[in-house]
Structure formats: structure tokens, C-alpha cells
Write a new protein. Structure first.
Lengths: 122, 262
């Protein structure tokens, strides 16, 4: 499995799980389906970009940093377009989004085959 | 003590004695023709098998033979590359890291695998027969012939030596290079290679090297049925970053949940 597919897969899984934690918040529990779908898509986009980065740069440290930064960026975009009780939930979305991005970044570095060009060069 | 060899009629000039082995004496000599130093081995018996054996084995881990010939007194000699470095037993005195010790054993194993694939057996593998060069290169020396019976601590117990006997010696070498604090998995690899029953040893050198590599990759080794707690500990150290990140995620979620309910 290549690194982009690894990123998409884990982005989907961790995005869905992160979205599912909305169940603990009664004020948004009724929208949990939409939240999970949105969170999964966000996770997959982060996974896609992290997987692409992992194909270019093989470094666990930078994978975690870039994954975390991507998670933070996309979580910010989601939080900026969302309002709960009249305010943007930056903290509630960005903090977990950052860590989920870092996890995805880590996994794309550790798993999946490098690009065919790199394999040929080895 | 054997008389100093008379090199009359050869292109070599004797400089000093380097060491003695079961088959003969090794001298440092100068090749007048090419103006370079060589190691000159003079055999005490008429056996020339070692030179022929090594000449067949062209490998970066086997010291190349430049020339073989006969001295005026009838003894056979051969000139080979003079390796600058330390014997493995001396090299360990410098306190190399575990990774470095294992690298040397793996290089020796690779040389054995190469030789075995060509039908050659060392028969006398021991730390004194492994040289580590100044740049970390590893050479396996003193390839045996039938007359050599091996060295007690590294010699397999069976009467007739074969490839598995070299595996036994390689296990002995692994045990020799391991520091006192070495992991039980590594000791188990050495013990498996040194099984009294040849059939219980690794089938070949690559199988043993693969087990060492598994250890270095943080995986379970074939030679050691590890206890459950050890398996968990190995999993933890192998996946420490991931476990920390997952713990961070759970902590963030708990923190947010607590802040919300304040």
C-alpha cells in the first residue's frame, strides 16, 4: 500500500473517531452524522497531503510536524465556518485536530511503501 | 620454532613476524616489484588448500591472495593483502557499541553465507581470525582445510565439520562479542546457533543473520519465545511516539471536556 493510501485510510478512521466524540456534547449530538462525515473528509485531506509529503521526505519528526500543522490548518478552516452557541469552537476543534494530524503524519511515515522512483533508486 | 623462511628467488623481502596459526606463520613482507607491503603466509606443511580455497572466494570480506609459490626449502607460501586493523578480540577492547559489535558479526555471517554458497567451509572461525580494518571493514581470515580441527571454544562438538559447524562458531562469536548487559533475545540467538544438535541450529548463516536483524528492528526473534510482558514492553518501545500521540489526544479531549463543565 502506498503512503497516500495509508494517509487516506488513517485519515478516514481517525477523522471519523474524532467526529464521533461529538456524542459527548449534547448540544451537537443531533448533528453527529454530519460532524463525522465532515471530520472524516478533513482527516482524509490531511492524510492525502501527509502521505504525499511522506513520499517526498522520509523523516518521522517532520512527518509529525507537517501532519500536525495540516491538522491545525484544516481544523481552523472548519472552526472558522462553524458556530456553536453563537461562537466559533476554535479550541474544541483545533486542539484535537492538531493531534490527529500529528498521528496521521506519523503513520504515513512509518507505514506504506515509498514512491516507485525512490524504490528504484535504492 | 620454524626457521625464518628463505625468500631467495621471490619478489618479497621479509620485515617481521605478524602471527602464527595452525597451518603456518604469517609475516609482514615488502613486495619489491610493486613497492608495497603484503602479508606473507608460509605453510609448515605441504598443504596448499587454503590458498586455493581463498583464491576461489572473491569477496570484500575475504583477504585477496596476490600470489602463491614455493620457497627454496620446499615450503609453500602465499602473499595476500596486508590488512591494517585489529583482530576482533583486540577490537572489542576499544568498547565498541552493541550496534557496532552486531555489525561485525553480520559482516562475518555474510562472508560465511557467501563461502557456503560456493561449497567452502571455514572450519576454524574464531575472534582471532576476524580482522576489523581502520575504516570498519571486516575480513574473515585463515580459511581452514581438512587438517585443521578448529579452536575448542568455537568448535562444534560433531566429529565431521560442515556448514552447520560454521554456524556453531558464528554463534560462539556472537556470544563472545555480547556485553554482559546484552538482551536475552541476543543470547538466545547465540545459544540456538550453538546447539549441540546440529539440526537444532539455524539452517544457514542468512537465517541467523535474519534473526539478528529482527532483534535490531525491534521484532520478536525466532530463537526466543518471549514472555508476554516482554512482548508488551517491546511493543511500547517500538511504538513509543504513537502511544504518546494517542495519549496526548485522549488528554486533550479530557481537558476540553473538563473545561466545558467548569
Amino acid at each position: 500500500m502506498n503512503k497516500i493510501l495509508v494517509g487516506l485510510l488513517f485519515g478516514l478512521i481517525f477523522g471519523a473517531l474524532d467526529g464521533a466524540t461529538a456524542w459527548f456534547y449534547p448540544e451537537v449530538r443531533s448533528m453527529i452524522g454530519g460532524i463525522m462525515v465532515g471530520s472524516s473528509i478533513k482527516g482524509m485531506v490531511v492524510g492525502l497531503l501527509s502521505g504525499w509529503f511522506a513520499r517526498k521526505v522520509q523523516s518521522t519528526k517532520w512527518g509529525v510536524v507537517v501532519g500536525g500543522a495540516l491538522g491545525l490548518l484544516f481544523a481552523f478552516l472548519v472552526a472558522a465556518t462553524d458556530t456553536v452557541n453563537g461562537r466559533h469552537p476554535y479550541l474544541e476543534i483545533m486542539m484535537p485536530g492538531f493531534v490527529v494530524g500529528a498521528i496521521i503524519g506519523f503513520l504515513t511515515q512509518r507505514m506504506g511503501a515509498p514512491s516507485s522512483a525512490k524504490r528504484a533508486a535504492e | 620454532m620454524a626457521a625464518l623462511p628463505d625468500l631467495t628467488g621471490t619478489r618479497y623481502e621479509l620485515e617481521s613476524e605478524i602471527g602464527r596459526g595452525g597451518l603456518g606463520v604469517v609475516y609482514r613482507a615488502r613486495d619489491r616489484q610493486l613497492d608495497r607491503q603484503v602479508a606473507l603466509k608460509v605453510l609448515e606443511s605441504a598443504l596448499a588448500g587454503e590458498a586455493q580455497l581463498i583464491a576461489r572466494l572473491e569477496h570484500p570480506g575475504i583477504v585477496p591472495i596476490y600470489e602463491a609459490g614455493t620457497l627454496p626449502d620446499g615450503r609453500i607460501f602465499y602473499a595476500m593483502k596486508l590488512v591494517a586493523g585489529a583482530r576482533l578480540d583486540g577490537y572489542l577492547g576499544g568498547g565498541p557499541s552493541l550496534a557496532e559489535r552486531l555489525r561485525v558479526i553480520r559482516r562475518v555471517g555474510e562472508v560465511l553465507a557467501f563461502a557456503h554458497a560456493r561449497g567452502a567451509i571455514h572450519r576454524d572461525l574464531k575472534p582471532q581470525n576476524v580482522m576489523v580494518g581502520a575504516f570498519g571493514e571486516v575480513y574473515v581470515m585463515d580459511w581452514g582445510v581438512d587438517a585443521v580441527a578448529g579452536t575448542a571454544a568455537f568448535r562444534a562438538p560433531e566429529a565431521v565439520l560442515d556448514r552447520r559447524s560454521d554456524i556453531y562458531a558464528l554463534g560462539g562469536m556472537l556470544a563472545f562479542v555480547l556485553p554482559a548487559s546484552a538482551a536475552p533475545a541476543l543470547r538466545a540467538i547465540a545459544a540456538k546457533a550453538m546447539s549441540t544438535d546440529p539440526a537444532a541450529r539455524y539452517t544457514d548463516a542468512p537465517a541467523m543473520l535474519a534473526d539478528i536483524e529482527r532483534f535490531q528492528d525491534g521484532l520478536a526473534v525466532e530463537a526466543w519465545p518471549e514472555p508476554l510482558w516482554h512482548r508488551w514492553r517491546r511493543f511500547g518501545s517500538r511504538n513509543a511516539v504513537l502511544l504518546w500521540l494517542l495519549a496526548a489526544y485522549v488528554s486533550v479531549k479530557l481537558l476540553l471536556f473538563l473545561l466545558r463543565n467548569l
